[in-house]
Design a binder for this molecule. Structure first.
Ligand SMILES: Cc1cc2nc3c(=O)[nH]c(=O)nc-3n(C[C@H](O)[C@H](O)[C@H](O)COP(=O)(O)OP(=O)(O)OC[C@H]3O[C@@H](n4cnc5c(N)ncnc54)[C@H](O)[C@@H]3O)c2cc1C
Length: 378
């Protein structure tokens, strides 16, 4: 794995950073989404044959990190091109690829992703949204509930993780379905969040939602493999989101600490201010290194190794982001809590990276059991 970024990656970083700074923290999400798409950034990971850039998650994570570092993150990038685009590109039928990939790449269509359920939470083995076949028509009928699903209102469809019954064993196995936004029986309720973000979260109800046979993505018997093909990019992209946000907050703090003088030197000269900022920078850099490793492994098709690295990258980035934002707010003193400086709202936003898509504790559980071989308590 190259430890120094390629010239192409550096050029991509510079170009996206310029785009992000042009839009800035008061960005119009839709305008930035369509401009980023036109410039080829949203579909940079999707196959060239379907209108994408032919790159991978390494490139897509650079795009999201740089937009975030400019104060203009696009949360739906984690979902639309990274999870849904990847799963369709890897496992979709030719018709699904034709229908979705060019539109996801050029930004004209967006897809949300729904796995979390109110009664399952972190335990995704417990999800109960069920798909059964109508024996007369071959249609699928989906029933269940989802919660905290982002961007359903702005997405043309949601990729829903459900379960079908294995006819041999009777056990439920995960399967992915494309559910159009306005499908009859597909309801949504906006959840009021204490978050300053342009994307909203929704509780979803699926009440016998009738879908054609072609709504199933990939193979009914390989659901788990297909699901993880989407969840690893999600973790890597959440790391990018967190690193971008952490860098943005840190940059505000550095600028402020260089200028603000209340004794006879700028506050940044006091080590009590400077050292935590230096630590925050180191933690963000280390998290980025793990994110790059995870993206590299994923793009090389090393799904198992990528899984471990993606979890560790998400953990490291979430923690680094929370600390960087906390220290940035503190550095600005009272101004850290003003609307004018706009970083206090990042305190809640940073916590999202610790909770979603998989919590800090569930990653520690994963590393304890999968990597260290320790016994399980649950
Ligand atoms: C802003 C936002 C956007 C989101 N967007 C989406 C989306 O687009 N699509 C989607 O499907 N979901 C989405 N989510 C949901 C998110 O993935 C879940 O919130 C997350 O997986 C945690 O599940 P939960 O909230 O049910 O917490 P719970 O599972 O109830 O966990 C609560 C606490 O208990 C801890 N815990 C649980 N089990 C254990 C254990 N075995 N050991 C130790 N600790 C444990 C957790 O770490 C956590 O701290 C989003 C969430 C947020 C906040």
């Amino acid at each position: 794995m190259p430890t120094i970024e390629t010239d192409e990656h550096k050029a991509l970083r510079t170009a996206v950073s310029a785009l992000g700074k042009r839009h800035g923290r008061d960005y119009d999400r839709e305008a930035l989404w369509s401009e980023a798409a036109k410039l080829g950034y949203l579909g940079v990971n999707l196959p060239e044959a379907y209108g994408g850039g032919g790159g991978g998650i390494a490139e897509l994570s650079i795009v999201l990190e740089e937009l975030g570092a400019a104060g203009a993150p696009l949360l739906m990038m984690i979902v639309s091109p990274a999870i849904c685009g990847t799963v369709i590109a890897r496992f979709g039928t030719e018709a699904q690829k034709q229908e979705w990939l060019p539109a996801l790449a050029d930004g004209t269509r967006t897809m949300a992703f729904g796995i979390t359920e109110p009664d399952a939470g972190s335990n995704s083995h417990r999800i109960s949204t069920t798909a059964r076949r109508d024996p007369d028509t071959g249609d699928w009928l989906l029933t269940g509930r989802k919660v905290f699903v982002s961007g359903v209102d702005i997405a043309d469809a949601t990729l829903i993780v459900g379960r079908t019954e294995d006819s041999r064993t009777g056990r439920l196995k995960p399967c992915l379905f494309i559910v159009p936004r306005d499908a009859p029986g597909f309801g949504r309720r906006h959840i009021e969040m204490e978050l300053t973000a342009q994307e909203k979260q929704f509780e979803l109800t699926l009440d016998d939602v009738r879908l054609p046979a072609e709504a199933l993505v990939g193979d009914e018997d390989a659901g788990l493999l297909q699901l993880f093909a989407g969840l690893n990019p999600e973790r890597i992209m959440t790391a990018a989101f967190a690193i971008g946000m952490g860098r943005y907050a840190l940059a505000q703090a550095i600028t402020y600490a260089k200028d603000r003088t209340v004794w006879n030197t700028p506050i940044g000269a006091h080590q009590a201010i400077a050292h935590p900022l230096a630590q925050a920078h180191i933690d963000l850099e280390l998290a980025r290194l793990m994110m790059q490793k995870a993206a590299h492994l994923y793009d090389e098709g090393e799904d198992v190794a990528a899984g471990e690295a993606a979890n560790m990258a998400k953990y490291a980035a979430g923690e680094a982001c929370v600390k960087a934002v906390d220290q940035a707010v503190h550095t600005l003193g009272g101004n850290g809590l003003t609307r004018e400086f706009g970083i206090a709202s990042l305190i809640t936003a940073a916590r999202v990276a610790r909770i979603a898509p998989v919590s800090r504790e569930m990653i520690l559980n994963y590393v304890s059991h999968q990597t260290l071989g320790l016994p399980k308590s649950y």
